[in-house]
Design a protein around this ligand. Structure first.
Ligand code: KIV
Ligand code: ZN
Length: 519
């Protein structure tokens, strides 16, 4: 029997994923995600678009310096400045890769680039040559490849391989392709492009029609050797191909795909949680592989079948994706070692200093609630990772309220070590009152676009996790979305913390950035 092909997993959570509105991450958060991705076993981490902003440059540079075990990649448009900047950020990585891209479809050539076919080929070749002079590993992407005339696509791909591209990536930039079309495109490239064997063929699918995973798998069946994807399917608009889905599809149906990856699948759920908590974009309950209900069997007939033989209704084992069946873990008398153990099993490898803080917070929580579940521990760990520079930090609140009356709210926060307080008698209810008080106290005015409360675990004493999305308008009249998250056994306190976390992001000021796909 032929041995399975190994498909490279190229993760772009930190670049395309970060292009999801409101998903922007700071340096510490990006580093946390990059380390988690390396531990997950991804082959390539696209760490960012270095020319986009000083912050993006810094994060690609720091990830290049610190993260080992994966190729670190930086995105660049096909021009000198972008490529030089990308190399400057990447040059200390153990395994650096420059990813250059240029649009090739007729619609992009005519309306965006205003270039003809010859000019596009010349620019693509020049970009790849310049990148190859700096770095031995160069990927080229013909943006909007799925809507590019196949003859022209073959011509571009052949030219960039001749110029030294070691990977050619075929993006379905607008999520327009269908699985059979994607299969045909890859098959044509393999058949018609001279020298195609000198490069790895990759795919990069967007999910506008919900086909990103299916299209990526079709490309693999046609011979692609690399899949570009993101944790939780984050990404521009409807997102990218979801890493956890495409990896588990190849693993579960290895009888069909005859492929394998280097992904440590037991780390999928913990990594998904880290990304969800850092970006504030929660995973829907019914999301395949990592959603809360992905392995929950509700119907009696299913439960009965499961008890007799798991495989009657389960095509994957929850433990294979990192979902532990034993959930009830610690209590008031549990020690530091047990806590460190559980945190590690959940995917959090803590330094001694972080473990100490975690242990102190764990003890406070254990005083408030009898049973501490995995979800509680994950929430405590995430709170530590989100160490944004805090302009304001929550101290305490008091609310007097009754039906039909405006609440009376007193709030206290710390600003630069100094305590400030405010009293407000307004709002539709206690949460609205708290938000109004925080706006008054911090001097930041926003529009609340989203507010969600969910229980972290089961039980009446479960911690509440609140996420908020606040909107501000910047100097260029552009909408900026700022997310915040707060966790507490008291849902009003969790709301105040979430709102304050988002306000802290607003207070950092607008972060001007170039969008990679803007010319
Ligand atoms: O979707 C796309 O075309 C991209 C490229 C930059 C690869 O993200
Ligand atoms: Zn993309």
């Amino acid at each position: 029997m032929k041995s399975p092909r190994t498909i490279r997993i190229f993760d772009t959570t930190l670049r395309d994923g970060e292009q999801s509105p409101g998903a922007s991450m700071n340096l510490t958060e990006k580093m946390e995600v990059a380390q988690a991705l390396a531990a997950l076993g991804v082959d390539i981490i696209e760490a960012g678009f270095p020319i986009a902003s000083p912050g993006d440059f810094l994060s690609v540079r720091e990830i290049s310096n610190a993260v080992t075990g994966a190729i670190i990649c930086g995105l660049a448009r096909c021009n000198d400045a972008d490529i030089e900047r990308a190399w400057e950020a990447l040059k200390h990585a153990q395994q650096p890769r420059i990813h250059v891209f240029l649009a090739t479809s007729s619609i992009h050539r005519e309306f965006k680039l205003r270039m003809n076919q010859d000019e596009v080929v010349a620019r693509a070749v020049a970009g790849v040559r310049q990148a190859r002079n700096l770095c031995g590993d160069v990927e080229f992407s013909p943006e909007d490849a799925a809507r590019t005339e196949i003859d022209f696509l073959c011509r571009v791909v052949e030219a960039v391989i001749d110029a030294g591209a070691t990977t050619v990536n075929i993006p379905d930039t607008v999520g327009y392709a269908t699985p059979m079309q994607m299969h045909a495109v890859i098959a044509s490239l393999k058949e018609r492009v001279r020298g195609i064997d000198r490069a790895v063929i990759s795919v990069h699918c967007h999910d506008d029609l919900g086909l990103a995973v299916a299209n990526s798998l079709a490309a693999v069946e046609a011979g692609a050797g690399q899949i570009e994807c993101t944790m939780n399917g984050l990404g521009e608009r409807a997102g990218n191909c979801s890493l956890e889905e495409v990896v588990m599809a190849m693993r579960t149906r290895s009888d069909h795909y005859h492929c394998e990856t280097r992904i440590v699948t037991q780390k999928l759920v913990p990594t998904s949680r880290i990304v969800a908590n850092i970006t504030g974009i929660q995973v829907p309950r019914n999301k395949a592989i990592v959603g809360r209900n992905a392995f929950a069997h509700e119907a009696g007939i299913h439960q009965d079948g499961m008890l007799k033989e798991r495989r009657t209704y389960e095509i994957m084992r929850p433990e294979d994706v990192g979902l532990e069946r034993t959930d009830l873990v610690l209590g008031k008398h549990s020690g530091r070692a047990a806590l460190a153990d559980r945190a590690l099993a959940l995917g959090y490898n803590l330094t001694a200093e972080r473990l100490q803080t975690l242990f102190e917070r764990f003890k406070i929580l254990a005083d408030r609630k009898k049973e501490i579940y995995d979800g509680d521990i994950a929430a405590l760990c995430e709170d530590q990772f989100a160490d944004l520079p805090e302009r304001f930090s929550f101290v305490a609140y008091r609310v007097n309220c009754a039906s039909g009356q405006a609440p009376l709210v007193t709030l206290r926060v710390l600003q630069g070590g100094e305590e400030k307080s405010v009293e407000v008698n307004a709002g539709d209810g206690p949460i609205d009152g708290i938000f109004l008080a925080l706006e008054k106290l911090t001097g930041v005015t926003t529009v609340c676009r989203d507010f969600r409360v969910q229980a972290v675990t089961v039980g009446k004493d479960a911690q509440a996790e609140v996420t908020v999305e606040l909107e501000t308008i910047d100097g260029d009249q552009c909408r900026q979305i700022h997310r915040g998250r707060g966790v507490s056994t008291d849902s009003l306190e969790a709301s105040a913390k979430a709102f304050l976390a988002a306000i802290n992001r607003v207070a950092l000021g607008p972060q001007p950035r170039i969008h990679p796909q803007r010319v």
